[in-house]
Design a protein around this ligand. Structure first.
Ligand code: AMP
Length: 536
């Protein structure tokens, strides 16, 4: 039987698993909400580590499921959503040619590449129609036969069922037998740098991970013959369930480096969903899902769901409830879903907090040199970044200014753009970042502005933009900022204005030195004085 993505099918107790009739039935709104009782209005998303049952769960990405078997299935119209779907009948598509092509990010039929509207219940793969389901099952069968022929010992034994077993990463004997200096040498040659306690040794071959044969086969099929350096070090650490912060160049294989441990974890985890991959853009999410599907192909019960904006929400919500193992989401769409429900996954509860409970973020104070500049910049910041921004200058009434200041201290604004009015005197303890968007006209004013951060012993940061409009202050700025340990831009340090000012200052200092009367130069000064008098 098919499980259509946009339909829920009533599965009878005596269902023999061969039926392909899909019925569109009015959905129960609750079905679309994972847990309505925990519904809260949204503003920011925080992850809260609840009791983590297993030290080895990756705290930032493995989450427990709402659980429960799908016994009754109802329909949801992907276009109209929950509210106005109506009972009607629509047969499952028979032929591939009657299916449409997929939009970017939509599931793709593994056989013909059309829209993968249904999930094959036998393999969990996406298919578009009965025709492709049949072809797909035939292909799977042929593949199985082939592998039996090429590996007769395995064919006689029990079929591999990773879900019935468990997996613990153990260092491969080859890696264990290497000397410490050999490992260090390898890391050095490959540019692998690690920090942290008792970080496990890198692997050298994918075979050292003890992956199921299907996964090893998928790696080879994807052209992954040997692991890249980031994979060598990250995969075993990830397989041990430790938290990792990793950094490597673009195109160095980071995706597979985190996907492989996630896949192994999800494979042996009964709960669904068992992993959440958050990524900033839809394109990246689509790319990650494609790679995940490639690597998971043929592994049992390893469904993924893509929760991204720009595509209808109901099919994604529906798919989320089909016991998917891995969620790949962008924060915006995940937030939309959280507005309707609260999901708890593997000990990590995702809670949506509303405006009032928002965590306080210290505001940024930006200084500009004119009122119009303050208004324009504040407007631009709000429009482009979506940050709550306000301007303050002498044209605002006293009451307005008071309210802005109160809001600033209470965290109502994320960015305040000000002329010099906020530059002096006020103790804005909550400000941690000052931006001198326009460099003030004097060093005195500058010192006051940057002094708005770091009050009462708090640490603060100041970012200053300078251009040739303040060229007469270059040397003064360098002298003032250098002792703080800040690295100054070479454009400033190499500026001819700076060198000119420095030279003039040194000359002045020299002159002052010469004008001073000391025991050593006293006689010289008297002689010079007598000489000039006698010449007169
Ligand atoms: P990424 O840095 O994760 O975006 O990966 C860059 C590209 O390298 C992708 O096309 C991957 O499919 C590919 N790739 C990742 N790991 C390997 C590997 N071990 N061997 C060959 N190709 C790889």
């Amino acid at each position: 039987m098919f499980v259509p993505r946009s339909l829920k099918i009533k599965r009878n107790a005596n269902d023999d698993g061969k039926s392909c009739v899909a019925k569109r039935i009015k959905p129960d709104a609750e079905d679309l909400q994972l847990d309505k009782s925990r519904d809260v209005p949204t503003d920011a998303l925080v992850t809260e580590a609840a009791t983590i049952p297993d030290r080895h769960s990756s705290e930032s990405c493995l989450l427990p499921s709402p659980g429960g078997q799908l016994a009754e299935v109802h329909s949801v119209d992907p276009e109209q959503g929950v509210k106005d779907s109506h009972p009607s009948e629509e047969p499952v598509k028979s032929f591939s040619k009657t299916q449409r092509w997929p939009e970017a990010g939509e599931p793709v039929c593994v056989v013909c590449g059309r829209y993968g509207e249904y999930i094959c219940d036998k393999t969990d793969e996406d298919v578009c129609s009965l025709e492709c389901k049949a072809k797909h099952l035939l292909q799977v069968k042929e593949k199985e036969e082939k592998s039996k022929l090429s590996n007769p010992q395995k064919a006689d034994s029990e079929p591999e069922s990773p879900l019935n077993a468990s997996y613990v990463y153990k260092e491969h004997p080859f890696i264990l037998n290497l000397q410490e200096d050999q490992i260090e040498n390898l890391k050095q040659q490959l540019g692998i740098l690690v920090q942290g306690q008792e970080v496990t040794r890198p692997i050298i071959d994918f075979e050292h991970c003890g992956f199921p044969e299907v996964l090893n086969h998928n790696l080879k099929k994807s052209g992954y013959e040997v692991p890249t350096p980031i994979q060598m070090q990250m995969i075993p650490v990830g397989l041990l369930g430790r938290d990792i912060l990793a950094s490597a160049d673009t195109g160095s294989g980071k995706t597979a480096a985190f996907l492989l441990p996630v896949i192994m974890r999800a494979l042996f985890e009964r709960k669904t969903p068992s992993a959440l991959i958050l990524t900033p853009t839809r394109e990246l999410a689509i790319q990650i899902e494609r790679q995940a599907k490639e690597l998971m192909s043929g592994l049992p019960r390893m469904k993924t769901v893509l929760l991204v904006g720009g595509l209808p929400l109901p099919p994604q919500l529906y798919r989320l409830q089909q016991h998917v193992k891995v969620i790949i989401a962008t924060p915006g769409r995940l937030l939309d879903i959280m507005k309707q429900s609260s999901v708890e996954l593997c000990g990590i509860k995702i809670v949506v907090v509303d405006e009032d409970k928002k965590l306080f973020k210290p505001p940024v104070l930006v200084f500009v040199d004119c009122k119009l500049g303050a208004d324009l910049l504040s407007e631009a910041v709000q429009k482009i970044t979506g940050l709550k921004s306000i301007s303050i200058h002498s044209e605002k009434s006293q009451i307005e200014r008071k309210n802005i200041l109160k809001g600033l201290l209470e965290g109502d604004f994320e960015v305040v753009v000000s002329t010099g009015v906020l530059g002096r005197g006020l103790d804005l303890i909550s400000v941690r970042l000052v931006v001198n968007f326009d460099m003030p006209s004097s060093m005195d004013e500058y010192v006051h502005q940057v002094g708005r951060v770091g009050r009462l012993g708090q640490n603060g940061t100041a970012i200053t933009f300078i251009n040739n409009n303040s060229k007469r202050l270059f040397w003064d700025i360098a002298k003032r900022v250098k002792p703080t340990g800040s690295i100054l831009p070479p454009q400033l340090l190499n500026s001819p204005y700076l060198h000119d000012q420095k030279r003039k200052e040194q000359q002045r200092d020299k002159q002052t030195q010469n004008d001073l009367v000391t025991g050593a130069n006293l006689m010289d000064i008297i002689r010079k004085h007598d000489k000039s008098n006698s010449q007169k």
